[in-house]
Design a protein around this ligand. Structure first.
Ligand code: F6R
Length: 577
């Protein structure tokens, strides 16, 4: 996830921006930049110095040290690419046509394409591929001598998610922050102020933090910080005292990244859908913009992945086949490459990889492509190898995942595959309800497999996932009072079958934790314990059940004192075969 820092005060801004960007590095990023409003020398006009690096913060710092901008107002950014590759031009800050307004942004602007077209028609020029760049131009278009008013007018036009820090060289004592669906705080020091996406950035400087609400704007001047709505109504700011150290702040107060990331699932799901799904159910993908005619030719879907991504592929297989009617198969990418599979020009290869760098998955995709398949990478990392090698990309926009075990990105993968299934169903002109029963049964199996994988990798307790139907064909032999079972019995057409399975399990003295739909009493007095999830559509239940299993694995591992974020023998990205 991108990181934001802004400073206004009596000290030199550049060293503070540099230190803060270093502290934001842990969030993961691909490029970085700062803009500092330089103190004018006698007779000179105010000017802004912009320094960027398309690589690491250390490179940026080296550049700044060679040519240190001097001024008391500045903004800085670490970019995690969402729209446009991680290049120098796409790095923030971005500016308007006159080079007066400077903006750094976290989030995704959903309607940026339409805003950009409108601004281009009015003569604005956009050197970058980013969604962010519409912000300074929109402010410029609304500027009539009052920067804050122009910011408010511009933000009223923007849909999506933003955390912004901005300034204009016409207002050298004004730093503005704004947020919607993305976090932003204002740090209050002694006659100095900070704007940050993350408390980590400012924790050594101040513990007094003003938390901006949704759709609020903070106007920071040497006299203080004033908060208002987009309509200009003054808001009483909420000031909190933060007592975290840097490591606690990086984890947002959670004890582990894994727990933090599980809790980021709602945001990850919203970001995966943002700007892709219209109210009438039409799906479009910006970086996988394939004409209906081309998609209509597809008669075979091949989903490739490893580990958790393979479980996402299995869920994708069932949903795509069921909704679109196109035969789909999920394959273990490491095995696929050693086969002579039937792949052709009517195949769509869907490559699923959080990192976009998993060696087995990349090789399997190359083989599918060599046989003529159209390919799309569903990945979290913009311009990763998978995204570059495939014909198109569907980016998760889940933000970096630091815990080795995949959590929120699994959910983002699942939702992205649902969207792809809807897109394919749409072009094929069908959504098939008739295979619902098989679908529900099928969807439960990857959830169970994933629950078992999570438990294995972080608590080192052996676990396996199986369908209810498969139980009597082998796994039931393992059961006794020392073999706890988690049964996924949430509402759906196979629920009654699962309830019968639980009776059979309990009859073998195995303790059962049943995941049930809220209010369901059918396992009262049967299951040892139940965990209720809300009543939701079966597709959504897949995500909720997985969250419960992730949390279960997490708490077991914590109780056993294991290293949850860095499990032994595992790497976040497996770049060797
Ligand atoms: C499990 C886990 C791994 C990855 C697998 C593929 O929690 O994280 O099983 O899912 O190594 O990685 P990506 O998705 O980066 O291709």
């Amino acid at each position: 996830m991108c990181g934001i820092i802004g400073y206004l005060g009596g000290r030199e801004a550049t060293p503070i921006l540099m230190e803060s960007l270093k502290r934001l590095e842990y969030r993961g990023y691909d490029s970085a930049g700062v803009a500092v409003l330089e103190l004018p020398r006698a007779g000179e006009a105010v000017r802004t110095s912009v320094t960027k690096s398309e690589a690491k913060v250390d490179t940026l710092i080296a550049k700044l040290k060679m040519n240190m901008p001097s001024g008391n107002l500045g903004i800085g950014h670490t970019r995690w690419a969402t729209h446009g590759k991680p290049t120098y031009v796409n790095a923030h800050p971005h500016t308007d046509c006159k080079g007066k307004i400077f903006v750094v942004h976290n989030g995704i602007i959903e309607n940026f394409a339409e805003l950009k077209a409108e601004l281009e028609a009015a003569g604005h020029e956009f050197p970058s591929d980013t969604d962010t760049e519409v912000v300074p131009h929109l402010i410029e278009a609304n500027y009539k001598g009052d920067f804050l008013a122009a910011v408010r007018a511009a933000l009223k036009r923007i849909k999506g998610a933003y955390a912004l820090a901005m300034f204009s060289s016409d207002d050298p004592e004004l730093l503005v922050g704004a947020r919607l669906n993305a976090p932003l705080v204002v740090g209050i020091g002694d006659n100095e102020y900070y704007i940050a996406s993350d408390i980590t950035a400012i924790i050594p400087y101040t513990k007094r933090v003003l938390v901006l609400g949704e759709g609020e704007v903070a106007a920071v001047t040497p006299l203080g910080a004033e908060v208002s709505t987009l309509d200009g109504v003054t808001v009483n700011p909420k000031i909190v005292h933060v007592d975290w150290d840097v490591s606690q702040a990086q984890k947002g107060g959670y004890p582990h990244f894994m727990l933090k990331e599980i809790n980021e699932t709602p945001e990850a799901l919203a970001n995966a859908m943002r700007g892709r799904l219209t109210d009438d159910g039409t799906v479009s993908f910006r970086e996988f913009d394939v004409a209906d005619k081309q998609l209509r030719r597809i008669d075979d879907i091949l989903l490739l992945g490893m580990g958790t991504s393979r479980h996402a592929a299995m869920i994708g297989e069932y949903v795509i086949e069921d909704w679109s009617g196109i035969p789909a198969r999920a394959e273990d990418a490491s095995e696929f490459r050693y086969r002579r599979p039937t792949v052709g020009e009517k195949t769509l290869g869907v490559v699923i990889s959080q990192s976009g760098e998993t060696a087995d998955t990349l090789v399997a995709m190359q083989q599918a492509k060599a046989r003529g398949a159209l390919s799309v990478a569903v990945t979290n990392v913009v311009a990763s190898s998978a995204a570059r090698d495939a014909d198109g990309a569907i980016y998760l926009h889940a933000g970096p995942e630091i815990g080795v075990a995949s959590t929120k990105t699994l959910h983002a993968h699942i939702v992205s595959l649902y969207l792809l299934a809807m897109r394919l169903a749409d072009v094929k002109g069908r959504v098939s309800p008739e295979r619902k029963r098989e679908l529900v049964e099928a969807l439960r199996l990857p959830v169970a497999l994933e629950g078992a994988l999570k438990l294995k990798e972080i608590s080192y307790i052996h676990a396996e996932g199986t369908s209810g139907g498969e139980l009597k064909h082998g796994p039931i032999a393992l059961l006794d009072d020392q073999f706890p079972v988690i049964a996924i019995c949430t509402a759906g057409t196979t629920k009654d079958k699962m309830v019968s399975n639980v009776h059979e399990i309990v009859a073998r003295n195995a303790p059962v934790l049943a995941l049930i739909t809220k209010g369901d009493r059918s396992l009262n007095g049967v299951a040892t314990d139940v965990f209720e999830i809300p009543e939701v559509d079966e597709a959504a239940a897949v995500v909720l059940n997985t969250v419960v299993l992730q949390l279960f694995a997490y708490h077991v591992a914590v109780k056993l004192g294991q290293d949850v974020d860095q499990p032994r023998n595992l790497a976040k990205s497996v770049t060797v075969e």
